[in-house]
Design a binder for this molecule. Structure first.
Ligand SMILES: Nc1ncnc2c1ncn2[C@@H]1O[C@H](COP(=O)(O)OP(=O)(O)OP(=O)(O)O)[C@@H](O)[C@H]1O
Ligand SMILES: [Mg+2]
Length: 215
């Protein structure tokens, strides 16, 4: 069976695309025991690539490849044998970005709960909607509130503002936490943290919602 392709995209920089992509990949590999391939579209920065190559042998492997062009042509061959391909996007809208949306089954758009970030996400949302219009609503897509600060008014108002884009907004969110920073140098994810760590629950909840959407 062909791999399911999920891509984490937002043309705004620093919206947690890489953190979200690596942790979702780790969740699918660790919790759901899937064969997962990471694809790094940001070969210049190479963050997902660095994370994957630093990953120690005792963790379920999540290999990563850099793709700069021809993703429509090459991904079917590269993804053979994998259950999931998680694509870490670039902070720009380009041919590579729109080609990736075309081949994806699911587009995840992380947005920090700040009005500037919400405004800056407009073009990404439009790109997805334009594609959905010509392909019967595919790929499925969801906005995800990222790095929220718990129990703040802005957490609520930003979530409401995101609904204005008329794309699904995941009910699971990620929160501001050092849990995402610890262990990056060793290619670790939140699933290497104690079971009591809230970031694990958040990524698991995000992943479950995405699995449900991708049925
Ligand atoms: N939930 C979180 N809590 C605290 N810090 C976070 C969280 N998620 C990500 N970060 C940090 O925020 C910064 C930006 O995250 P990340 O690199 O994942 O974003 P990005 O969208 O991939 O950026 P770029 O657009 O440059 O590719 C990084 O330093 C990362 O470690
Ligand atoms: Mg990145």
């Amino acid at each position: 069976m062909a791999a399911r392709v999920w891509t984490v995209q937002n043309q705004k920089g620093g919206t947690t695309k890489t953190t979200t992509a690596t942790n979702i990949a780790a969740c699918l590999a660790t919790v759901h025991k899937k064969n997962v391939l990471l694809v790094d579209l940001d070969g210049t920065q190479g963050s997902a690539t660095d994370w994957a190559s630093a990953r120690s042998d005792d963790a379920p492997p999540v290999p990563c490849v850099i793709m700069r062009e021809n993703i429509k042509r090459d991904l079917p061959r590269i993804s053979a044998g994998y259950d999931y391909v998680i694509i870490d996007g670039v902070p720009q809208i380009s041919t590579l970005t729109s080609d990736t949306v075309k081949i994806a089954d699911l587009v995840i758009i992380p947005v920090q709960p700040s009005q500037y970030d919400i405004w800056a996400t407009r073009d990404m949302v439009q790109l997805v909607k334009d594609r959905q219009e010509v392909t019967d609503g595919l790929p499925r897509a969801a906005l995800m509130v990222a790095r929220a600060i718990r129990n703040t008014i802005i957490e609520r108002t930003a979530t409401e503002a995101l609904h204005g884009y008329e794309l699904p907004v995941l009910s699971a969110k990620t929160y501001q936490s050092v849990s995402y920073l610890n262990g990056i140098a060793e290619g670790r994810s939140v699933f290497d943290l104690p079971a009591s760590d809230g970031a694990r629950d958040d990524i698991e909840a995000v992943t479950l919602e995405l699995l449900e959407m991708d049925k």
